[in-house]
Ligand binder design. Structure first.
Ligand SMILES: Cc1cc2nc3c(=O)[nH]c(=O)nc-3n(C[C@H](O)[C@H](O)[C@H](O)COP(=O)(O)OP(=O)(O)OC[C@H]3O[C@@H](n4cnc5c(N)ncnc54)[C@H](O)[C@@H]3O)c2cc1C
Length: 379
């Protein structure tokens, strides 16, 4: 059996990003994916153009729409419009296109893809990891990257990630045509969805419509009721909508994302934003950072992978800690949240800056605290 430098489990956004960067640095990489072919993914495909920073090639070829305007509504009225005028706009991609684009880049850089490899066992024997598939095939590697998404069992097995995992409930569907959605415009609707929001993101010839709830994930979402109101408002008929439901693991506290020779990335690492469900940016960021530290570790330049947990905490977790607080308050009191958080004169600009990645929740929270302190001093 040949020994790989790194075996990556899962060929989604985070796994393919890690695979590309490690293969591009000359490492012997195998990517283990349980599916045979790329499948339609349950994802809105909205992401900040800032993700371009983590790639040496242009992502433009797979961008369906560049969003310049975001419309927010409360129960389909009380509209607020945010212009995304910054340097980093918001992109909408078809998820299967993003994943297969990154996968091809990884393969061209030398990564070996093994499909229909459903990982059921991961063990370590004297510094070597052995990964076993359901059909009995085995792979050996010096390090493992866990990139198998929101249902990953491995964080618990290896005592990594947050102690208590938290999941958002989601539903999404792709509908042919553009309905009444304007060009270069995305839509967020808050009042119709308990503890969450609905979105409509335009693609080339389709619209991705979805619903996410973030607090009470015990009850299923009343999808039909929401779609009955939302779809006509977006210019679509309510008939024949067959979507996908799923659980999305979201950020739930700072935690260890690595041990000796093992790293969690993307949803498996619980990185997804608990307020807006932004999971692509952290998936790509974590893939980039994981590849960097694994390369140093394999080269003997660092003797552990702890720098990965530290950098993800600094560059993502600190903002998500505020995102979680904002989510808990906003979705508990959404009407007040919409009034104070979305309808304030400066809010559209701030929301645009969050979506485009120009500002973090931490930056916003610090501004608010400063404003409160400043106004108190003048009372
Ligand atoms: C409805 C919905 C809408 C969303 N919309 C957005 C959005 O608009 N913008 C945004 O930024 N984020 C969005 N997200 C979040 C985003 O989709 C995720 O954060 C992102 O997919 C994480 O990528 P990943 O590579 O970590 O995991 P995944 O994309 O889930 O990839 C995991 C991969 O691992 C494979 N795998 C699983 N188990 C095994 C196994 N045992 N063996 C081998 N392979 C395995 C899977 O087949 C899959 O290919 C949305 C999520 C949902 C559910």
């Amino acid at each position: 059996m040949t020994l790989n430098d790194v075996a990556i489990i899962g060929g989604g956004a985070s796994g393919t990003t890690t695979a590309f960067h490690l293969a591009n640095r000359g490492k012997k990489i195998c990517l283990l994916e349980k599916d045979k072919d790329s499948t339609l993914r349950n994802c809105g495909g909205g992401m900040s153009a800032a993700v371009q920073n983590w790639f040496p090639f242009e992502l433009n070829p797979i961008v369906d729409e560049v969003i310049k305007k975001v419309e927010f509504t409360w129960c389909l009225s009380d509209k607020v419009v945010a212009e995304l005028s910054g340097a980093s706009p918001f992109w909408i991609v078809k998820r299967e296109n993003l994943d297969s684009f990154l996968l091809n880049k990884a393969i061209n850089a030398g990564c070996i893809l093994i499909t229909s490899f459903n990982v059921i066992k991961i063990e370590k024997h004297s510094k070597i990891w052995k990964v076993t598939a359901l059909d009995g095939r085995q792979i050996e590697a010096k390090a493992i990257v866990i990139a198998d998404g929101s249902n990953s069992p491995w964080p618990k097995t290896f005592n990594l990630g947050p102690k208590r995992q938290h999941h958002a409930s989601t539903f999404s569907v792709r509908i042919q045509g553009r309905g009444s959605l304007k060009k270069e415009t995305a839509r967020f609707e808050f009042g119709l969805v308990n503890n969450g929001f609905a979105w409509a993101f335009p693609l080339n010839d389709e619209v991705n419509i979805g619903i996410g709830t973030f607090l009470n994930n015990k009850d299923s979402i009343s999808t039909n009721k929401i779609l009955e109101s939302l779809l006509p408002d977006l210019g679509f008929k309510t008939s024949d909508v067959i979507g996908q439901s799923g659980k999305l693991r979201v950020w739930n506290g700072h935690s260890n994302l690595n041990k000796d020779g093992i790293i969690l990335v993307g949803d498996a690492a619980s990185l997804c934003d608990p307020f807006l469900a932004e999971g692509l940016r952290p998936a790509l960021m974590s893939g980039f950072e994981a590849a960097k530290i694994l390369d140093y570790w394999l080269e003997g330049k660092v003797d552990n992978l702890n720098g990965y947990t530290e950098i993800m905490r600094r560059n993502w977790g600190n903002s998500m800690a505020w995102g979680k607080r904002i989510s808990q308050v906003f979705y508990r009191f959404p009407k007040v949240g919409y009034k104070l958080g979305v309808k304030r004169p400066t809010a559209p600009k701030r929301i645009a800056q969050i979506l485009s990645g120009e500002m973090s929740y931490e930056d916003i929270a610090k501004r608010v605290i400063n404003r409160l302190l400043f106004s108190n001093l003048h009372l």
